[in-house]
Ligand binder design. Structure first.
Ligand code: NAG
Ligand code: NAG
Ligand code: NAG
Ligand code: NAG
Ligand code: NAG
Ligand code: CU
Length: 687
């Protein structure tokens, strides 16, 4: 080593220290983080503020004293968004349109849907049980009902017979679904208990064979079934926390990695919720039910500078997770996680450096408690630029001597992320924006399986018998087969709300007679006239592209400006249409739907999902078969996984992801990212 290296090295470290300590400001425009408990909305779509929630509560109490006395309970409270046209026309500096709250409540065992006008101080609409079903559960519902089993002598006896100490019991509330008259006219919930002895991962220690159904309002046991004890799986190997594991890991360590942004992040978050990055502008907000809503996404045309509308609103409308076990205690496991539980409150604070990279900016959520008090959910959403070493576009040229063409551009994207822990499962939702106009939506599943106890410890013990309801994934533990479906509401407004059409671009095989080829594929376009034309099941042997175009906007070549939906890996629900869970989850009967825009049709399983009977689903709306050509239309896409568990899913499952894309087609005149400059070494820190 030369003598000069040491001081140089030192200098270099110093330099790194100086740059690195100053580069990770959360948002380049402001040094302090936005206060998400602030007083005022700044944008027509901003979520209700804390003072607005308090005001809504006061107005409700004036309207119905039950809200003051506690006999009427608030299950959900969210901004009742102003009309789309008003939001689109609104500009910074304009007055905010009148603010309204939509409230889902329960009183006297009945569902209520109320609209509270915060400006006039009046309840402008108050509907009792407009459809079957009840609002999303409150945390109080879940906690109170999980204590109900202990009121039952029979339950206590069953637990004692199993030799489980009461102090080790933890009871959770798999939802009830809806299976006919027994569950009608009252709110019910199923309860299942686990042993948390010697583990935090109680999900892997089910007390199988003991099932309860509880009345959620009277808080009493309706039914208890004890099919006799099943061995409770041991706690061995269930630990997942770093620092508590006792087995060595035979793997070389990976050094820490993070991304350098010497000049800071390139995105801005204005007034807490308005995101500006590269050519994109969109509004992002936390939501109790959907978790995260992206609104009014526009992209600037790099040729004209015009801000062009792409998507008015995109969010997870419902999640449907049916388990494949008809046994007592299991048949009802068919969850609707958004409408029964809510993805917002279950999105706990993200873990910096692990859930989101170092250069992330965090957004808090604000939700109403059952009494209408605002509750802050810190660091619920993160926003970050991603550079994963991928290429945006490239070409190198060998056929032109002397030109030495090596053109390449890095792919940098902007990701908005949220992670919900809906009981045992974790879902990570990413909305990823690319400079070339593409939006990629990814859902990744992780967390704990919902497992079933079994007497078997080894596959050999089964003898000639088939697997029970799924594979053995640990001693006495069955990973029950199930599906996950995530249904997205995608209100695409390509260059405005009007004049949008859905075009099925079909690849049709042509048979040839007088050619050296015998067959080839030809593109034919079909414009969907009505909603039924747009009920689509994906099929590899009958391929389509799915375009949304603006018929009133053409490129210089006369192609209609459009975006296409690009499905990714997917799975279909194979349950029969008359199966009760499938009636409620009818929005999974097709992977793609297009409906006429209707501001009350947002939740694919219905506004009141809990114990609903499926009369307010996307299937029902779409079957009205309204005209959808050349209008304001909404695209719906459901992505799914079949999940056959395996041993690697124990004790916590590695993430499994699926995604889809919304990609411009003839929307721009040419490649919109041609002009972006390459990265150069001189712009990055030296060390
Ligand atoms: C945010 O604003 C609220 C209401 O004005 C205030 O009570 C709170 O202390 C503020 N939080 C921070 C971190 O400044
Ligand atoms: C059941 O056992 C629990 C725990 O020992 C006790 O608190 C509860 O009172 C018992 N319930 C009945 C009905 O005996
Ligand atoms: C249709 O296009 C014309 C010309 O660009 C424009 O002036 C008009 O506003 C558009 N109509 C609608 C409904 O968007
Ligand atoms: C666009 O929509 C408007 C109003 O909905 C209609 O009047 C107009 O004819 C449409 N334009 C085209 C090109 O279809
Ligand atoms: C809008 O949706 C609601 C709920 O599905 C329905 O009652 C109403 O008839 C719809 N309106 C139109 C114009 O389709
Ligand atoms: Cu799964």
């Amino acid at each position: 080593m030369a003598e000069t290296s040491l001081p140089l090295l030192f200098l270099c470290f110093l330099f790194l220290f100086i740059t690195c300590s100053s580069i990770f400001l959360p948002v380049s425009s402001s040094k302090t983080r936005f206060n998400y408990s602030l007083e005022e909305p700044h944008h027509p779509l901003d979520p209700l503020t804390a003072p607005e929630m308090k005001r809504a509560r006061a107005i409700l109490s004036g309207h119905d004293p039950g809200f003051g006395s506690g006999s009427a309970i608030i299950h959900a409270m969210a901004l009742d968004e102003p009309d789309k046209q008003r939001v689109v026309r609104w500009k910074k500096g304009d007055p905010i349109p009148p603010r309204r709250a939509e409230v889902l409540a329960m009183s006297n065992g009945k569902s209520r849907v109320l609209t509270v006008d915060l400006d006039s101080g009046r309840v402008v609409s108050d509907l009792t049980s407009p459809t079957s079903g009840y609002p999303v559960l409150t945390m109080d519902d879940i906690i109170a009902s999980s204590q109900v089993p202990f009121k039952s002598v029979e339950f206590n006896r069953s637990i004692e017979a199993r030799g489980v100490p009461f102090s080790d019991l933890i009871c959770i509330t798999p939802f009830a679904g809806w299976f006919g008259p027994d569950e009608e006219g009252r709110r019910v919930i199923n309860i299942q208990c686990f042993s948390r002895q010697d583990t935090v991962n109680f999900y892997m220690r089910p007390i199988e064979g003991l099932y309860l159904t509880v009345d959620l309002d009277k808080l009493e046991v309706i039914r208890i079934v004890d099919k006799g004890p099943v061995p409770i799986p041991s706690s061995t190997g269930t630990e997942y926390r770093y620092g508590f594991l006792d087995k060595p890991v035979h793997m070389d360590r990976i050094n820490s990695i993070s991304m350098d942004q010497p000049d800071g992040p390139s995105f801005k978050v204005e007034d807490g919720y308005l995101v500006k990055w590269a050519n994109w502008v969109f509004h992002i907000k936390p939501d109790q039910r959907a978790g995260l809503i992206i609104s009014h996404a526009t992209i600037r045309d790099s040729e004209t500078g015009e801000a062009r509308s792409v998507m008015y609103k995109g969010f997870v409308s419902e999640l449907f997770v049916p388990y494949m076990d008809p046994d007592e205690g299991w048949y009802s496991k068919a969850y609707m996680d958004a409408g029964e539980f809510g993805l917002g409150p279950s999105s706990m604070p993200l873990v910096p450096l692990n859930d989101c990279p170092r250069n992330a900016y965090y957004i808090d959520g604000l939700f109403a408690s059952p009494q209408g008090n605002p509750i802050l959910q810190p660091n619920m959403i993160c926003l970050f630029e991603r550079y994963a070493g991928d290429i945006s576009w490239r070409h190198s040229e060998i056929l032109l001597p002397g030109t030495n063409i090596r053109e390449s551009r890095p792919k940098v994207t902007l990701v908005a992320r949220m992670a919900s822990s809906v009981g045992n499962y974790d879902y990570i939702f990413d909305w990823e924006f690319q400079m070339d106009g593409l939006i990629r939506v990814t859902v990744a599943a992780s967390g704990m399986l919902m497992v079933k106890g079994t007497p078997y410890e080894n596959v050999q013990d089964l003898g000639d018998k088939e697997d029970d309801s799924g594979p053995l994934i640990s001693e006495n533990v069955i990973g029950v087969v199930h599906d996950h479906f995530v249904s997205f509401h995608l209100d695409m407004d390509i260059d405005g709300s009007e004049n949008n059409s859905f075009v099925k671009v079909h690849l049709e095989k042509q048979r040839l007679r007088e050619s050296k080829r015998k067959s080839y594929l030809k593109v034919k376009k079909y414009v969907a006239k009505t909603e039924k034309d747009a009920q689509i099941k994906l099929n590899l042997y009958d391929p389509y592209e799915f375009h949304l175009v603006n018929t009133n906007r053409s490129s210089r070549l006369g192609n209609q400006a459009g975006y296409k939906l690009v499905p990714g890996g997917n799975a279909a629900s194979l349950l029969d249409l008359d199966d009760p869970p499938q009636i409620r989850g009818a929005f999974t009967n097709n992977q793609i739907w297009v409906t006429r825009y209707n501001r009350s049709e947002q939740w694919a399983g219905g506004l009141l999902m809990y114990q609903s009977r499926g009369e307010d689903t996307l299937q029902v709306w779409s079957d009205r078969d309204r005209a959808i050509e050349n209008r304001d239309i909404v695209l719906w896409y459901t992505l799914g996984f079949h999940h056959i568990p395996c041993q690697e899913d124990f004790p916590v499952m590695p993430t499994v992801a699926a995604s889809f894309e919304l990609k411009p087609v003839n929307f721009f005149e040419s490649n919109p990212v041609l002009g972006i400059p390459p990265f150069l070494k001189k712009d990055l820190p030296v060390c």
